[in-house]
Design a protein around this ligand. Sequence first.
Ligand SMILES: [Zn+2]
Length: 92
Amino acid sequence: MPTYIYKCELCQKKFGIMHPVGKGPEVCVECGEEGGLVKERKVDQNVVIGANRYAVETKSTKERVEEHISKSREELRKQKEELEHFREEYRP
Ligand SMILES: [Zn+2]
């Protein structure tokens, strides 16, 4: 499921939220108001899906897959840091 960065024009805050394609939030998670949300951009979450798939595969192909998992985790960590950066930057 993709994560999107939204900005609320009512409270001017940005936040990341995960939701299915075509189904966005209607209410701001920061101020609770409707109608102020603008989708800014999408954060690629293929890394997350990949990590889950590899986790299942480890039962049969453990060693080969461990390298992929560590790479995925590293990328996931970077993306999380990016989201944290948004939170910190736009909080009052
Ligand atoms: Zn708001």
